[in-house]
Design a protein around this ligand. Structure first.
Ligand code: NMX
Ligand code: MLT
Length: 434
């Protein structure tokens, strides 16, 4: 895709030059201070990474290149029902510019032309038991393509540092183009007896993914466009993005770094929370013996979960301190497209019930829902009931942000990431000296 690549190259060269000058002049300028609680508390809030594609505000939520989710929905080229195409977000994250509909169509075509899977992906996946967790299958499917890495091949051939971004761009474009096929293959082999559905090259990236999953409903296509857009990036510090960044900084190629990030996404405090939410709701419905629990019944179940020493999945966040705008975007979608779903009504009743209960604990910093609190109920509505699959959908979307950011990292010549660790003895010695 020459126009995107050229546009990126011009922007990247300009920023590379500018950042080098900034570093030279202001390299010693203090940008942050670290307190003990941050060292022992998961590095919350420590500024230590450059991430061009998006930035998170604790109260307003995510902004992609400065644009909020409502703005993205309005400005990006969309499908027939008005939901943004993820291709447009990728373009925006890479260039900082809102693309035209024609540019987005060209990107769709470019990804279609790169989307065929090498046979070893299917062979590797078919060697696994059908009930291997879909996220395990996903990382294995990604790793099965690593032998195609242009970055690794060119590095072995002696590629110059100035060409890293170019090889990284080509790998990232190939990987993004192929991921819906890998993901659909996993879904159909695990849950539909291996009855695979060929790609439809007349469709955009998200609609074709919906098609290969087995649902050609126009509303489901719209959901997939929205879903794959809003999950794409959440600045650089979240566990999956940070992992991709760390691994990529060793000059591991995009296949290696992205699959590493997907192993972080597969944890229940991160992306796997989307499966945990719906599992928790289904268990609640079964325990209570009703599909329409009252808020009082939900409160009792929430209390039982807390008393058992467990977290309420889909609630809380390491950075956000208000309801996640990605939750709100999904709620708006449901209000517009879906009528009379008991499950979705239950999600909304949980939203009315959980925050005051978490607040009452006195320790939860954010009692509000995050992105994962809503997504499962939407997917169930459109027939994707197999919740162990949900994190794969999150992962396909997350590729857009972390791989765009990875191209930027290579273009800006980012070095090996290597922060400092300390021992408890060191901490105690500091306190004694103070
Ligand atoms: N339910 C019960 N307790 C909670 C919850 C929750 N949803 N959220 C936080 N807490 C507890 C937390 O376990 C900790 O307890 P303790 O001191 O006993 O260890 C205390 O509140 C303080 O935690 P915070 O500082 O508020 O949260 P932190 O930044 O450490 O963690 C999460 C953020 C997202 C890991 C946490 O809120 C959580 O476990 N949420 C449920 C899982 C979830 O929904 N994860 C998805 C996040 C979004 N994503 O897609 O990645
Ligand atoms: C994400 O989308 O990565 C999650 O909300 C977690 C985070 O931002 O820390």
């Amino acid at each position: 895709m020459e126009s995107l690549k050229k546009k990126f190259a011009a922007k990247a060269l300009a920023l590379y030059t500018e950042m080098r000058a900034i570093n030279k002049e202001h390299g010693e300028r203090k940008m942050d201070e670290v307190v003990l609680r941050q060292i022992t508390g998961g590095a919350r809030g420590i500024k230590m990474m450059l991430w061009e594609t998006s930035q998170l505000d604790a109260n307003e939520g995510i902004r992609f290149r400065g644009y909020s989710i409502p703005e993205i929905k309005k400005l990006l080229p969309s499908g027939p029902q008005g939901e943004p195409k993820p291709e447009g977000l990728f373009w925006l994250m890479l260039t900082g510019e809102i693309p035209t509909a024609e540019e987005v169509n060209d990107l769709t075509k470019d990804w279609q032309s790169r989307s065929d899977l090498p046979q070893q992906v299917m062979t590797s996946l078919d060697a696994l038991p059908d009930d291997a967790h879909p996220m395990t299958q996903f990382t294995i499917g990604i790793m099965a393509m690593q032998s195609d890495s242009i970055f690794s091949r060119r590095y072995a051939e002696g590629m110059s540092k100035t060409d890293y971004w170019d090889a990284c761009y080509e790998d990232s474009m190939n990987l993004i183009a192929r991921l819906p096929r890998v993901a659909a293959y996993i879904y159909r082999r695990s849950f539909h007896g291996g009855d695979h559905i060929p790609a439809d090259k007349s469709l955009d990236w998200a609609a074709n993914f919906a098609h290969m999953l087995g649902n050609d409903d126009e509303d489901f296509r719209s959901l997939m466009r929205l879903y794959l857009t809003i999950h794409a990036d959440h600045e650089g510090g979240n566990a999956s993005a940070h992992t991709v960044n760390l691994v990529g900084s060793t000059l591991s190629d995009p296949y290696l770094s992205f699959s590493a990030g997907m192993n972080a996404l597969a944890g229940p405090l991160h992306g796997l929370a989307n499966q945990e939410v719906i599992k928790w709701i289904f268990e609640m419905i079964e325990n209570l013996g009703t599909k329409t629990p009252t808020k009082e019944q939900i409160a009792t179940y929430v209390q039982e979960t807390l008393d058992a020493g467990k977290v309420i999945p889909g609630y809380g966040h390491a950075v956000l301190r208000e309801p996640d705008p990605r939750f709100t975007a999904q709620r708006r979608f449901a209000e517009e497209y879906i009528k009379g779903s008991d499950l979705i009504e239950t999600v909304w009743k949980i939203f009315d019930t959980v925050p005051p209960m978490l607040q009452a604990l006195g320790k939860v910093k954010n009692p509000w829902p995050n992105v994962d609190a809503h997504s499962g109920a939407l997917l169930v509505h459109y027939g994707i009931k197999e919740y162990s699959y949900y994190t794969v959908l999150f992962g396909v979307s997350r590729a857009l942000g972390v791989l765009a950011a990875g191209i930027w990292s290579r273009a800006l010549g980012m070095p090996l990431e290597r922060p400092k660790s300390v021992t408890s003895d060191w901490i105690k010695a500091q306190l004694k000296d103070a």
